[in-house]
Design a protein around this ligand. Structure first.
Ligand code: ZN
Length: 213
């Protein structure tokens, strides 16, 4: 699965969903002792298993709380908090992907409600649960990380109510077992956003329909 991290990075770059150094992916195996995450600043088109940062997860014996032990010389993604919020419980193997998928960001910018359009397209509603959009918050901030976890509906047991959320003026965060499944959530949502944007209706159609309802 570490190979898939680099493969997905190359694919999202080819699709124009990131510029060379953007985007990040983390992975944790079920009850795993390590968090694997893409490196900070590195060109994402050349991520291979040996470049993925392996951070040790330490469990405090008194509280049972898990913390990350970042060694000197390790440079994990600047969005580490966004990933760690979602990876902390670790009951299941999980991959978290954050990219700047063009049509999703454009749709949010145009004022389109991602949950509302998702409900109208079976292509997405059958396979991907879309959560409420995260408001515009600074990249790399704790606020963005916490709001992303909240919008994904993170429960105390680590379960999520949704598979993907958009992040206003920024990107998306998708969660699945493996990198390619997370990629598919992004691809489905990006595709319907592209369709809605190309229809030229987008927000106005929505407003009209909801007013009529
Ligand atoms: Zn970003």
């Amino acid at each position: 699965m570490l190979t898939a991290i680099g493969d997905v990075m190359r694919r999202v770059y080819e699709r124009g969903w990131i510029t060379t150094r953007d985007g990040n992916i983390s992975m944790r195996k079920r009850e795993g002792k390590f968090l694997y995450i893409t490196p900070s600043g590195w060109r994402k088109t050349i991520v291979h298993p040996e470049h993925v940062v392996r951070i040790e997860i330490v469990r405090e014996s008194s509280t049972g709380e898990q913390t990350l032990k970042i060694r000197e010389g390790q440079h994990p993604s600047g969005e580490l908090w966004m990933h760690w919020n979602l990876q902390q419980v670790g009951r299941k193997t999980r991959t978290v992907v954050h990219v700047h998928s063009t049509h999703i960001v454009a749709a949010i910018y145009a004022g389109i409600d991602l949950q509302a359009i998702s409900a109208e397209f079976p292509e997405i509603s059958r396979y991907t649960r879309v959560g409420p959009t995260v408001s515009a918050l600074p990249a790399l901030s704790r606020e963005l990380a916490d709001a992303t976890a909240e919008c994904l509906g993170l429960g105390k047991d680590g379960a999520l109510a949704f598979d993907i959320v958009g992040q206003a003026n920024h990107g998306v965060c998708a969660v699945a077992t493996d990198p390619w499944s997370a990629y598919e959530h992004i691809e489905r949502l990006d595709h319907i956003c592209e369709i809605v944007l190309k229809s030229g209706l987008g927000r106005s159609a929505h407003l009209a329909r909801s007013l009529a309802a």
